[in-house]
Design a protein around this ligand. Structure first.
Ligand SMILES: Nc1ncnc2c1ncn2[C@@H]1O[C@H](COP(=O)(O)OP(=O)(O)O)[C@@H](O)[C@H]1O
Ligand SMILES: O=C(O)C1=C[C@@H](OP(=O)(O)O)[C@@H](O)[C@H](O)C1
Ligand SMILES: [Mg+2]
Length: 315
């Protein structure tokens, strides 16, 4: 259980079901699950222990103990950890059932059909009813160096659709670079701005190819909005390839956050990819870009999108 990439944001085990074992066993499992959730959410957000330590004020050693399921963290310190990662405290411990109707809604949703869940989400988010054809919108997701920007631009050109880079939208809306937003407002602030920018794009009419930022899958509401409003494609590669591509870009002078050139950086990238795989895997389509040239991948991506939209594409 601990070694598998548990889907984030979901409490482990059926809610309310009594856990087997003695009270001590259950408590040890609770702490271990809590630690696993902290580790997974930190990895999904690509935060090193050092970064989390700096933003939360907890020592790296303390965070390591927490993630290892050792020691009974105080609720205030756990709150600091949650705030530093931009997650809800209840997502770290278990679902908190605060609104009085929550248990009823939860039970209804658990037994609902996919169509009922989709309708409930549409009502709750104030979204428009689907018109059956679906908007001509494609979003590319994946880890840094997946090819979202490169392939997105080529795809948009071939389809003659506008190309939008979400991180550039966020930068122009807020008058700050992504790195500055992270430095000033932290992960939580960036994810809020990212969600706002995505909402505004979704409200715009017309077709679009969108290149997202690698961490867009970290915030459940943002991911849901993306999945429900775009034909999403996960551009997949191996950690070494992500690493090599980003390094080659940096060497060519392409402006992007650097990746340190060491084994630890590769290990971290691998851990981030592993933790995000269940989230990236929610895309409607997956395109493996490993051992492929840009031209080959671009041709396959264009074919994939054309097959999906079929006759609705202008000829
Ligand atoms: N098969 C491939 N698909 C996409 N990009 C590739 C491929 N092989 C090599 N690359 C290179 O990898 C880099 C991908 O970078 P980029 O498009 O900026 O990724 P992202 O926007 O996902 O971070 C580019 O320099 C591109 O030329
Ligand atoms: O993977 C990530 O956590 C991030 C990827 C970046 O986007 P790119 O994938 O465009 O580099 C950017 O959104 C931010 O620095 C966080
Ligand atoms: Mg990019």
């Amino acid at each position: 259980m601990r070694s598998s990439p548990a889907p984030s944001f979901a409490p482990s085990g059926p809610a309310g079901a009594p856990a087997p074992g003695t009270a001590e066993d259950q408590e040890a499992r609770f702490l271990s699950d809590l630690g696993q959730r902290v580790r997974t959410m930190r990895a999904v957000r690509a935060m090193s222990r050092k970064m989390l330590s700096q933003t939360s004020g907890l020592s790296e050693r303390y965070i390591a103990q927490l993630e290892g399921g050792q020691g009974n963290v105080s609720i205030i310190l756990l709150r600091r950890v949650a705030t530093a990662m931009g997650v809800r405290l209840e997502d770290l411990i278990a679902a908190v059932e605060s609104p009085p109707d929550w248990p009823v809604l939860r039970d209804l949703l658990r037994d609902a059909s996919p169509a009922q869940v989709a309708e409930a989400k549409r009502v709750l988010t104030g979204g428009a009813a689907p018109d059956g054809t679906g908007p001509q919108r494609v979003a590319l997701i994946g880890l840094r160096g997946a090819g979202k920007s490169t392939l997105g631009r080529i795809l948009a050109e071939r389809l003659d659709w506008p190309f939008v880079e979400l991180n550039r939208e966020i930068e122009s809306e807020n008058g700050l670079q992504v790195s500055e937003i992270f430095a000033i407002y932290g992960q939580e602030g960036f994810r809020r701005m990212e969600q706002g920018a995505l909402r505004r794009l979704v409200e715009q009419p017309g077709p679009m190819v969108l290149a997202t930022g690698g961490g867009i899958v970290a915030e459940p509401l943002t991911l849901d909005l993306l999945l429900s409003s775009f034909f999403t494609v996960w551009l997949k590669a191996r950690p070494e390839e992500h690493m090599r591509r980003v390094r080659e870009q940096t060497a060519r002078g392409v402006a992007r956050p650097r990746l340190p050139d060491n084994d630890d950086a590769l290990r971290q990238l691998g851990a981030v990819l592993l933790s995000r795989e269940p989230l990236y895997g929610r895309a409607r389509a997956v395109l493996d870009t490993a051992d492929q040239t840009v031209a080959e991948t671009a041709a396959r991506l264009t074919g994939l999108v054309e097959r999906h939209f079929g006759s609705t594409l202008p000829r």
